[in-house]
Design a protein around this ligand. Structure first.
Ligand code: GTP
Ligand code: MG
Length: 369
């Protein structure tokens, strides 16, 4: 902005407005009021009095996402992203294993999911669906904190012999805040002592109203052991995603999110979910304060692929530094632009930090008077 009010500038610098005004009057400004608007030059002058150097930021150094399309109806469809959530040990990975006909759960260290697992599977209709398996919810909450609502559907897994537990409630909160439709999978229905009716009752206490309990959320009893209910669950997910009809531009600059980052024998990699555009080897991308010239793209099976399109989980290498989970990925036209954006972001975070330190010092100085 080219103008700033006295009170906003005081805010930015971190000084109480009353102290700020009297300091301005000491500088020779007359009849200063909180609402007075200062032009950039004057604001810079006043800021200098507080040992701040004003940088005139026209916002062009950073990379930003393109605005969402006004009308998406002509764009190609993309796979929906389904996130499996629920309390620890309630059978999330087992359900996913069944859906992709593999057995990750058995091989997991101590049976606990360690990373966000992401993969796409074709539904009986032939349509692809992308599934995310979350370890607890911390990585996911971090993503939401950064404004990334990556999921289109939540499958809430509740063990029928254990019912609603703290992480179940957290998952419900997450789905509600993100305004995402929920399908309930009541797992372990093969077990003795399981009580699906109690699950339904407990869920309604927490605002999830299933069919027969005053709502329209589907609740399906499943067993990873016998396979009972699994086809029904698969159909429910398929039908809901068919109805939601998600579409995304595949021709614009690539955008996405880092799901998690790690180091493998062939270097630093990040698993990512593409949101818009098409990512190809050789493309240049920025994520937070690091960037990459994509060397290889791999699918979840580790097979090199020539492009990644919206809704597709993909592993990206070629990173200068390890990107952070939950950061947004944006394509840059050139390496030069990528470096510029990273420099800008580093400087900005430095300035914010310095600003906080300076504000504390100034405050202390003003208090002393
Ligand atoms: P975390 O990733 O640690 O949160 O667990 P999870 O929710 O992914 O659970 P997981 O699928 O790893 O299953 C936990 C345990 O419950 C394992 O020992 C499974 O074999 C068992 N289990 C999962 N589903 C069923 C089921 O339908 N019936 C029975 N009997 N056991 C199940
Ligand atoms: Mg798991």
């Amino acid at each position: 902005p080219e103008f700033i009010s006295v009170s906003n500038l005081a805010d930015v610098i971190g000084v109480r407005p009353a102290n700020f005004v009297s300091r301005m009057e000491d500088m020779g400004f007359e009849d200063v009021h909180y609402d007075h608007v200062l032009d950039a030059e004057t604001a810079g002058l006043v800021a200098a009095e507080f040992n701040y150097e004003a940088i005139f930021d026209d916002g062009t150094a950073d990379l930003t996402a393109a605005p969402p399309p006004e009308d998406a109806s002509d764009l190609p469809t993309r796979p929906p992203v389904v996130t499996i959530m629920g309390h620890v040990d309630h059978g999330k990975t087992t359900i996913l294993d069944w859906l992709r006909k593999s057995s990750v759960a058995a091989g997991e260290h101590g049976g606990i999911t360690q990373h966000i697992g992401a993969f796409s599977v074709p539904m009986p209709s032939g349509k692809m669906i992308t599934f995310l398996d979350t370890p607890g919810h911390s990585a996911f909450l971090e993503m939401r904190r950064r404004g990334a609502d990556v999921t289109d559907i939540v499958v809430l897994v509740v063990a029928a012999d254990d019912s609603v537990k703290p992480q179940t409630i957290e998952a419900i909160k997450h789905a509600t805040q993100a305004n995402v439709p929920v399908i309930v999978a009541m797992s372990k229905i093969d077990k003795e002592g399981c009580n699906p009716d109690k699950v339904k009752q407990d869920l309604s206490v927490h605002g999830v109203h299933v069919e027969d309990y005053g709502g329209d959320v589907q609740a399906i009893g499943v067993s990873g052991k016998t396979g009972a209910g699994m086809i029904e669950l698969e159909e429910a997910i398929g039908a809901l995603s068919e109805m939601l009809d998600h579409r995304a531009d595949t021709e614009c600059n690539a955008e996405g999110w880092v799901l998690e980052a790690s180091t493998k024998s062939y270097g630093r990699v990040a698993s990512a979910l593409i949101r818009r555009g098409t990512l190809r080897p050789g493309d240049i991308i920025v994520a937070g304060t690091t960037w990459a010239r994509v060397r290889t793209l791999r699918n979840e099976a580790g097979v090199a692929i020539s492009e990644a399109t919206p809704g597709m989980p993909v592993e990206i290498d070629g990173w200068r530094d390890q990107p952070a989970a939950g950061t947004e990925i944006l394509q840059a036209p050139t390496e030069q632009r990528a470096k510029e954006a990273v420099d800008y972001r580093l400087e900005r975070s430095e300035t914010v930090k310095m600003g906080e330190d300076m504000a504390a010092i100034n405050e202390a100085r003003l208090e002393k008077r």
